[in-house]
Write a protein that binds this ligand. Structure first.
Ligand SMILES: CC/C=C\C/C=C\C/C=C\C/C=C\C/C=C\C/C=C\CCCCC(=O)SCCNC(=O)CCNC(=O)[C@H](O)C(C)(C)COP(=O)(O)OP(=O)(O)OC[C@H]1O[C@@H](n2cnc3c(N)ncnc32)[C@H](O)[C@@H]1OP(=O)(O)O
Ligand SMILES: Cc1cc2nc3c(=O)[nH]c(=O)nc-3n(C[C@H](O)[C@H](O)[C@H](O)COP(=O)(O)OP(=O)(O)OC[C@H]3O[C@@H](n4cnc5c(N)ncnc54)[C@H](O)[C@@H]3O)c2cc1C
Length: 667
């Protein structure tokens, strides 16, 4: 018999199988929606299956038991095995397949190529001229060279204009001299810089004839291509252990008057002529394109990370039996508790929402690149910068929260590395910092919102882009019972009110004599609130659009339940903004709460199937609690027994220190 949930197998934990039997939709069809196409969803399954038949690609031991050195070695070993099998496993020209293969095999703890694919190659694609393409891109794509993206310094990350590494042009030799003038100018943090990369895109302050032209990207060789030794004038190394990503070698880098040829300034958009004449780019911030790209991809990537943690927590919650409801002779699955559902189901809805929203943002990014490359049109940059700044901040924050709730939802075992949730958490919350610290990026979006409100105030509402048009719309009372559009209208009211209030507060400080920067700082918390609300509205709208476009009726129906939960949960979370001026009534508040509780009940039978639809393999999850077959307890015991501490019954530390202490106490 064919089941709708495709994870059902003989011999699985019965409680989990029972959950899977109640699915109202086909999990393969849901996976098509999650991954955007039938082909990618199917290929993911095929690739996972093919990987499982190559024993060398398996982790040699559970990763939590490896020390840092072993993690780096293990990641590199697997990369070399992958390299031999790449063409048989995937279509190497298909990014979706490649991304899945790397996640499956390499996990999320970092590896030598992590930044090569994510930033080095994209920076070349976005910033290199045709000649530079010719010289570097092929080599990079074939991985003859391995690169990273070295921008952040020990003393500066957020404020790019103050990067201290200099690239001084010398017309007599037609070279740039890269130099690290102070300790704070050391590049610090770049992924895969410390030990793996032999090249980097280095962002440095361009100086010509004593004049600074601000940060520019240069391609720089760091190590000898044969020996891998750092070149003379280069100091490079690993920055040490981190909260997560410990299979990766985030690094430091210093230059001692290191010379590179003039052609190494990535000069698709701006260049320096032989005589030192500077040719400006068409848009001042076009050099930031590699960052915009990663920010555009983050919502989807982070949604998947949240999906990992929830797959573990939901499956485990169906297997974990504890406490009673009505029948005192049978303990229940912890998934039956309303508090457990409230902890986990809204996060499932967010994971789906972030993935869908991310796809839409990636399309906007791809369109911008097309426009820039085909006709030099950079007009979409400001909009996309504002949007992705807000999105990366809101999504990473909520994903962190959601993963932490997933951990707590697994009780004591969630705290064990056997759950693997702490690793997922460490990786995900890195996103709150990298690609722009969240507060800093929220304030970037706020600049855009304030400007938009100022346009409306000065009678130029017709110049507003579509995403902020609501800032000029007159207020109307909303009947929430009429469906998703009414929730959007209520959210628009809240978001608009906050943007206006924050802008007016900011303007008032200036009227009272504060400088723009001081007034901005005094309003900053209110401004970040406006940015969050605007971004949550965008996420809500994209979720609605995606669900409306689904054609498979059972899938659409299950997604509609998730969407309704999302709408009610989101509105409840921000209701105080509309309650304080009476725009929302207390009856409406009760309505939202009741809708939310009834959504939890509706979703309950599909909970396991909604996370199964992510189709993460056991290898990818690396979690004893989240195993597909639900056989948690025996495997937890086996996992614990494999701890290196259990190799002997009596540890040398006991013999050497503990026993003498105990013996002394006896005297
Ligand atoms: C294919 C897969 C891709 C990605 C993977 C995605 C997700 C991963 C998900 C899961 C992870 C799983 C595994 C992880 C594996 C690997 C890890 C992956 C990636 C890690 C990479 C990390 C790399 C880095 O962190 S690189 C360093 C990043 N650094 C920053 O982001 C610095 C932040 N600061 C800034 O960007 C700028 O300083 C600033 C934007 C804050 C200000 O810029 P600037 O000083 O230049 O501007 P101002 O003068 O203040 O403003 C003038 C106006 O210019 C506007 N502006 C600024 N920037 C832009 C822009 N880019 N475009 C357009 N306009 C811009 C600004 O708003 C001002 O406008 P106004 O009109 O005057 O208001
Ligand atoms: C896992 C990881 C991977 C990374 N990979 C790379 C990489 O590959 N390449 C690379 O170049 N870099 C990388 N980075 C560095 C990262 O991009 C920076 O750390 C990040 O941009 C934050 O900058 P910062 O460290 O200077 O933070 P800071 O700016 O020092 O932040 C400290 C505090 O100051 C606040 N703050 C700073 N400025 C303002 C402001 N104007 N207004 C209000 N508050 C402010 C922040 O909100 C924060 O609370 C990585 C970082 C991590 C954690």
């Amino acid at each position: 018999m064919a089941f709708l949930n495709k994870e059902i197998r003989d011999g699985d934990n019965q409680d989990l199988t029972e959950e899977r039997r109640t699915a109202t939709f086909d999990t393969d069809k849901m996976a098509e929606v999650i991954y955007g196409s039938e082909k990618l969803a199917r290929r993911r399954r095929e690739i996972s299956h093919a990987v499982s038949r190559i024993p060398e690609l398996a982790d040699s031991r559970p990763l939590p038991f490896l020390d840092r050195f072993e993690k780096v070695t293990e990641g590199t070993r697997k990369l070399s095995v992958l390299d031999r099998h790449l063409a048989e496993l995937i279509d190497v020209n298909d990014n979706g397949e490649a991304l899945h293969l790397y996640h499956e095999v390499m996990g999320m703890e970092g590896h030598p190529l992590a930044l090569h694919e994510v930033m080095f190659v994209p920076a070349l694609i976005g910033q290199a001229s045709d000649e530079q393409y010719e010289k570097w891109l092929g080599r990079a794509k074939r991985r003859e060279i391995i690169g990273c993206y070295a921008q952040t310094e020990l003393g500066h990350g957020s404020n790019l204009r103050k990067l201290e590494t200099t690239a001084t042009y010398t017309p007599s030799t037609q070279e740039f001299i890269l130099h690290t003038p102070t300790i704070t100018a050391l590049k610090w943090w770049p992924g895969a810089l410390g030990k793996s990369s032999n090249y980097a895109v280095v962002v440095a302050d361009l100086i010509i004839k004593d004049k600074s032209y601000g940060p520019h990207p240069f391609i720089v060789q760091l190590r000898d291509e044969k020996t891998h030794q750092p070149l003379p004038g280069i100091t490079v190394g690993d920055i040490g252990p981190k909260m997560a990503f410990n299979g990766g070698d985030n690094g430091y880098l210093g230059f001692d008057n290191f010379r590179i040829p003039r052609e190494n300034l990535l000069n698709r958009h701006s260049r320096v002529e032989a005589d030192g004449t500077y040719v400006r780019p068409p848009h001042a911030k076009i050099g930031h394109s590699a960052m915009i790209r990663v920010r555009s991809h983050m919502a989807t990537g982070q949604g998947w990370l949240l999906g990992h943690a929830l797959t573990i927590a939901i499956r485990y919650s169906a297997v974990r039996i504890q406490g009673f409801l009505e029948d005192k002779s049978h303990e229940v699955k912890v998934l039956d508790y309303q508090t457990q559902q409230h902890r986990l189901f809204p996060a499932i809805a967010r994971a789906y929402a972030f993935i869908f929203c991310g796809f839409e943002t990636i399309r906007l990014y791809d369109q911008l690149i097309l426009d820039m490359n085909s006709n030099g049109n950079t007009s979409g940059m400001a909009d996309l910068h504002a949007l992705t700044s807000g999105l990366k901040s809101v999504v990473t924050h909520f994903v962190g929260q959601g993963i932490e709730q997933a951990r707590m939802a697994c009780g004591g075992h969630g705290y064990s590395m056997a759950s693997y949730i702490s690793e997922i958490y460490g990786v995900a919350i890195g996103g709150c910092t990298y690609e722009g610290e969240n507060m800093v990026m929220l304030l970037q979006l706020a600049r855009y919102l304030v400007k938009s409100v100022e346009l409306v105030k000065s009678g130029k509402a017709n110049q507003l882009g579509p995403m902020v048009a609501y800032l000029a719309v007159a207020d109307h009372k909303v009947n929430l019972a009429t469906g998703p559009d009414s929730y959007v209208k209520m959210f628009q009211y809240i978001s608009k009110r906050q943007s206006w209030k924050a802008t007016e507060k900011f303007l008032k400080f200036m009227e009272n004599g504060d400088s723009r920067d001081v007034a901005w700082n005094k309003t900053a918390v209110e401004l970040t609130r406006a940015s969050r609300l605007h971004t949550r509205l965008y996420i809500m709208e994209t979720f609605i659009r995606r669900v409306e476009s689904v054609t498979d009726i059972p899938v659409k129906s299950a997604l509609t339940d998730l969407l309704n939960l999302h709408l009610n949960y989101e509105l409840l979370d921000v209701a105080s903004y509309a309650l304080e001026d009476g725009f929302m009534s207390s009856n409406q508040m009760d309505f939202i709460k009741n809708q939310l509780y009834s959504s939890l009940e509706k979703i309950r039978p599909n909970a396991v199937s909604l996370v199964d639809s992510f189709q993460f393999s056991d290898m990818q999850l690396r979690s004893v609690l989240g195993r597909r077959d639900g056989h948690v307890y025996q495997n937890l015991f086996d996992w614990a027994k494999s701890s290196p501490l259990n190799k002997t019954d009596v540890l040398p530390s006991v013999t050497q220190y503990l026993k003498p202490m105990m013996e002394k106490a006896k005297l």
